[in-house]
Design a protein around this ligand. Structure first.
Ligand code: AMP
Ligand code: MG
Length: 418
């Protein structure tokens, strides 16, 4: 028996063969979750002009320094400044301008008195005619209720670092700065191949001996989950011609990664292998892993290729371990995995390979208890449908007593309260 390849060594070898994709320019509307390839600096101040933070009256603070409710100060109202206008009136001693939130401060004024602190709350009345005078009930000091130029962002300030994964607030800020397009890492394109005479597509009837192709759907969905574009190719039967034609078509779709499932078990002589050897260099590994021992990795015409096992659960586990970090590296993102610890509900035996057990997680006070989802057959996709996570039994551990705390790879964002 040849030695099994350690999971982490396999990941390392795979990652050594891929590099982050080049940049492309995209409009802001499609930039969410993409990785910025250059730092962004502001070429303007935000706000670009001093403006009022309240609806009220723009005043010279010195004029109203003695104002209070009992001894109001009366000012002449000489201008009306709605948001979006560019005031031209200069406020002189004894004068005020009505001003709206976000409207530019007029020259001469240095503070705003909120409308509630005046006798002229236009918001209560039907018509908002400009009063001739306003009584001020509150003293203000210079700068009160004024948002100064550049309070938010200074011209020349760095806004985002190269390598940032763009969030909604980043997109809003870029819009505020007038940056309508950004350079980001290109999205990986993933071509997905299913092979097998037993397979029919989702909308075909199940005739004797046939099953529906689920792997290409699972793999496409996983690819999309990591912000890659998925290209599903038509199912290829187990003939050299069909498999060759399918791989050719996959290459023509100009993918960054090609993924096939089935036909890579060591020992089986399969037409898939013949085609792989024609198109590139592929290694057939036996990984110290359950499920998912057989794994092919290499390149087809210089593009990374994964030959995942055929069984639907093996597909998901091997994708998570080996393909996911590749998609994230291509996209310029770190490959962190959401993990928790959970205690096993019952004793389990393992064969010494690193094992991924499908579990439901149940809250028990501060602890999580992991219960298996039933059959752990690598063909039983329902075990993944029911699973909250994958409990990991490490290499070399053959017996797991009940209550053992082990790491769990979370498969949901939220674990339901029981
Ligand atoms: P193989 O590697 O071809 O021996 O396939 C292993 C198992 O996975 C068999 O039971 C296949 O029927 C099953 N299988 C292969 N491809 C798919 C697929 N695309 N969807 C669902 N099951 C599959
Ligand atoms: Mg097959």
């Amino acid at each position: 028996m040849t030695d099994l390849l350690n999971v982490d060594d396999a990941i390392e070898r795979i990652l050594a063969a891929v590099t982050t994709l080049p940049a492309e320019r995209v409009p802001l509307t499609t930039a969410l979750h993409r990785v910025l390839t250059h730092s962004i600096y502001s070429d303007i101040n935000l706000p670009p002009f001093a403006n009022s933070s309240m609806d009220g009256y723009a005043v010279r603070a010195a004029d109203v320094s003695a104002a209070n409710a009992n001894t109001p100060v009366t000012l002449r109202v000489v201008a009306d400044i709605p948001a979006g206008s560019a005031p031209t009136t200069v406020i002189q001693k004894g004068e005020a301008a009505r001003i709206m939130t976000g409207a530019p401060m007029p020259e001469g004024a240095d503070a705003v008195v909120p409308v509630e602190q005046t006798d002229s709350d236009w918001r209560d009345s039907e018509e908002a005619t400009l009063p001739e005078t306003v009584q001020i009930y509150q003293a203000v000091t210079a700068g009160d209720y004024v948002r100064p130029v550049g309070e938010n962002v200074r011209e020349g300030q760095q806004i985002l670092d190269a390598g940032t994964i763009i969030r909604p607030q980043d997109i809003g800020m870029l819009a505020a700065l007038g940056v309508g397009q950004v350079d980001v890492v290109r999205r990986p394109r993933v071509a997905i191949i299913s092979t097998g005479d037993e397979l029919v597509d989702v909308d075909m009837p199940l005739t004797p001996g046939k099953i529906r192709d689920s792997n290409s759907y699972t793999i496409a969905a996983l690819a999309m989950q990591y912000d890659a574009d998925a290209i599903r190719l038509p199912i290829a039967g187990d003939t050299l011609d069909e498999v060759r034609e399918c791989f050719q078509q996959a290459l023509e779709s100009n993918p960054d990664v090609i993924i096939s499932s089935a036909g890579v078990s060591v020992g089986t002589f399969d037409v898939v292998r013949t085609v792989l050897n024609e198109l590139g260099e592929v290694n057939f590994w036996r990984v110290n892993l359950r499920p998912g021992k057989p794994l092919a990795f290499g390149n087809l015409q210089k593009r990374p290729f994964f030959g995942l096992p055929g069984n639907p659960v093996s597909v998901m586990v091997t994708f998570d371990l080996f393909v996911r970090p590749v998609l994230l590296k291509l996209a310029g993102k770190p490959a962190t995995v959401p993990m928790v610890k959970a205690a096993t509900a019952v004793a389990m035996d393992s064969d010494g390979r690193r094992s991924y057990i499908r579990v439901k997680l149940v809250k028990d006070g501060d602890r999580l208890i992991a219960q298996t989802t039933g059959t752990q057959s690598s063909g039983a996709l329902m075990s993944m449908v029911m699973a909250d996570g994958l409990l990991i039994i490490p290499e070399g551990m053959t017996h797991v007593p009940a209550g053992t705390e082990l790491p769990v790879r979370l498969l949901r964002d939220v674990i339901a309260e029981n």
